[in-house]
Design a protein around this ligand. Structure first.
Ligand SMILES: *Cc1c(COP(=O)(O)O)cnc(C)c1O
Length: 418
């Protein structure tokens, strides 16, 4: 690959998504080379006005009467995510609660749909909340957890997972894109493998939604959850989504019996009697303000198109890897993601023994990656607003830090948030 900055400029000139950058606050103005769009996406410029509309028109003026429209927001937004981002059908996606809570609800629902089975399977290197929730459900239900080992750089091996599957397994929890390395899992193939033993797979799409095509319907996926504040740009703490394949919905019951899942909700009936559709996986009053921000962020992703986003994400990753090989490897930095771009999501991770000090030095020089244990610098150049020259400039500063040893002056003690 041509490693000149002019090549990066050419890639930007040819980028069909280049115009989206101007639609995000700060991009091109704050001077930041922001490579943490996989952790907290940049704010779309339209978001404050969208929030102001809800606050001033719907809340301040419309008051309680606005519930006539708010009541349908979780499914309306779910349908948009389904069509524009997740490859699912209408009535299969609901927005609300956090990813952790949605994971809990669908996991318990899946366990109850597989009576007599006493094993849960998860990946030993999955995001902590996923593993903790699996462990918590197993403890409450007297089940056993099989934590399948995975290479922290290469991701889960399909054969290793297959060896952990048998007729005792109720539900398998997996991430489509590994949070640390960006390793991509084959949703269709792993769902089939689990189905062959009668188990359900609950997919966590947190690092995949808005970055790679997930095509839940085509993949035959049964259950999924994911964040909206990463690539989907919904803002800090934005409500998550959940997906349940339509044919399964009526057979599943989630454990938190709230009134937002209730049939004829305002009849205030004596007993819990959930609606047949995806709203049965809702619990309580949804965060209306926060959903307005998700609508804007997810709308931009849908407008750009997952195919184009994934292609650009892959190209940004390839440039990152090529520059890391040429400039950083001589300083002891190693690729900690799959080398084959077809096996990665949109982020790339690099390993170095002083990764935390490097992360701090980079942040002070206007490059924003994040640190992940044990010794990783994670780079998430979100394709909606990151240019190829941003990657080039970030890697240029990275090599300067290493060459000068500037990171040596930073504390080794970690901050509360890394
Ligand atoms: C970011 C992320 C989460 C976050 O869950 P919250 O409930 O929103 O805190 C969960 N799982 C994975 C795989 C993630 O990447």
């Amino acid at each position: 690959m041509d490693l000149c900055r002019t090549h990066a400029e050419t890639l930007d000139a040819e980028d069909p998504l280049a115009a989206f950058r101007a639609r995000f606050a700060g991009a091109g103005e704050d001077g930041l080379l922001y490579l943490d769009g996989n952790s907290l996406g940049r704010m779309p410029r339209e978001t404050p006005a969208a929030l102001a509309r809800v606050v001033e028109d719907e809340w301040a003026r419309g008051l309680v009467g606005s519930w006539a429209s708010w009541i349908g927001a979780a499914t309306r937004l779910g349908d948009r995510l389904a069509a524009g981002v997740l490859g699912a059908g209408p009535g299969e996606v609901l927005v609300g609660d956090s990813t952790s809570v949605n994971l809990y609800k669908l996991l318990v629902a899946g366990v109850d749909a597989r009576p007599g089975r006493d094993v849960l399977v998860c990946c030993a290197d999955d995001f902590p909340t996923d593993r903790y929730i699996v462990a918590g459900v197993a403890a409450a239900r007297g089940m056993t957890v099989r934590e399948v080992p995975a290479d922290i750089d290469e991701g889960l091996d399909a054969d290793v997972l297959a060896a952990a599957l048998d007729e005792r397994v109720a539900v398998v929890v997996l991430s489509a894109v590994a949070y640390r390395s960006g390793a991509l899992a084959d949703i269709a193939a792993l769902t089939r493998a689990a189905r062959d033993v009668g188990a359900l797979v609950l997919w966590d799409l947190s690092h995949a939604a808005g970055a790679v095509p997930v095509d839940l319907a085509a993949a035959g996926a049964d259950l999924a959850v994911g964040c909206t504040y990463k690539y989907l740009g919904g803002g800090p703490g934005a409500p998550a989504f959940l997906y349940v394949r339509r044919e399964l919905q009526e057979r599943l019951r989630q454990p938190i019996w709230g009134w937002f899942g209730q049939r004829d909700q305002f009849a205030m009936g004596p007993e819990y009697d959930p609606v047949p559709g995806v709203e049965r996986f809702g619990v309580g009053t949804p965060p209306v303000l926060a959903m307005a921000a998700v609508e804007v962020g997810a709308g931009l992703v849908a407008e750009a198109g997952i195919g184009r986003l994934a292609a650009k994400g892959r190209a940004l990753g390839q440039l990152t890897v090529a520059l890391a090989d040429a400039w950083l490897a001589p300083h002891g930095v190693a690729l900690a993601s799959p080398r084959d771009p077809a096996r990665r999501g949109s982020h790339v991770t690099l390993a170095h023994p002083q990764a935390w000090q490097l992360t701090q030095a980079l942040v002070d020089r206007g490059v924003v990656p994040d640190f992940r244990t044990p010794d990783r610098v994670r780079l998430g150049p979100a394709p909606l607003y990151t240019r190829f020259v941003d990657v080039w400039d970030a890697m240029d500063r990275f090599r300067a830090v290493l060459a000068e040893g500037a990171h040596e002056r930073y504390p080794t003690e970690r901050a509360r948030v890394t």
